[in-house]
Design a binder for this molecule. Structure first.
Ligand SMILES: [Zn+2]
Length: 219
């Protein structure tokens, strides 16, 4: 499944309007290089055919991975926590166990693909990241601005995240025992399994993890 639309884009430098093809929906099998382009920051690149101006053109993208059973819907700066899409629900009615996630930024899009590609549970990853974030804040004595999943190594029994702390440009890498993830996974199974399977695209991010921790602590 792939969906493309043609849009007239006005160049911010020379104002020339040109027709640009935007890929709004793709599946990783029919576009094997797309993942590479997303991770290499090439996917949203745009070049003006008249003056050669280079820029980024952010637009919604539905990323589909049928084999690993997930879909990630990227909508730039989306504020909503859930987006129901009846047309998609019908189209994928036979695959209820597909994880459908909503993300509002390119870094979040990359992170979500990396987590789900690794076969990890993104809810457990967010809970683990939130727990590790607080440890990092204590040890660095500085506020964590953002944090992302880096990798999971089952043979080494570790999970790693990178955090942006204070106004430092370089990320702070924190590796921790996989146990933190396994404990989070148990919380997900006990408390949030149904939540993660609801229809519609849901945002599972830091805000969600913060709320989920509260629910778990108060239960
Ligand atoms: Zn131009």
């Amino acid at each position: 499944m792939s969906e493309k639309v043609n849009k007239m884009i006005a160049c911010p430098k020379c104002s020339e309007k040109s027709e640009t093809e935007l890929i709004c929906s793709m599946n990783n099998r029919s576009f094997p290089d797309m993942k590479e382009r997303i991770f290499g920051d090439k996917f949203f690149e745009w070049k003006c055919p008249k003056c050669g101006f280079h820029g980024e053109l952010q637009h919604p993208l539905l990323y589909n991975d049928i084999e690993n059973k997930f879909m990630v819907y990227y909508i730039p700066d989306v504020k909503r926590k859930v987006i129901a899409d009846e047309k998609l629900e019908k189209e994928f009615a036979e695959c209820r166990d597909i994880k459908k996630r909503l993300v509002s930024g390119v870094n979040e899009l990359k992170e979500k693909i990396a987590v789900l590609d690794a076969g990890a549970d993104d809810m457990a990853v967010e809970l683990a990241k939130y727990a590790v974030e607080r440890i990092v804040e204590k040890s660095a004595n500085r506020k964590v601005i953002s944090g992302y999943f880096l990798d999971m190594d089952k043979s080494e029994n570790t999970i790693s995240f990178h955090f942006y702390v204070g106004n430092e440009k370089r990320p702070y890498i924190q590796t921790t025992r996989l146990e933190v993830y396994n404990r989070s996974m148990k919380i997900v199974k006990d408390y949030f399994e149904d939540f993660g399977k609801q229809p519609g695209f849901i945002k599972i991010d830091r805000e969600w993890a913060k709320e989920a921790w509260k629910i778990y602590k108060n239960s």
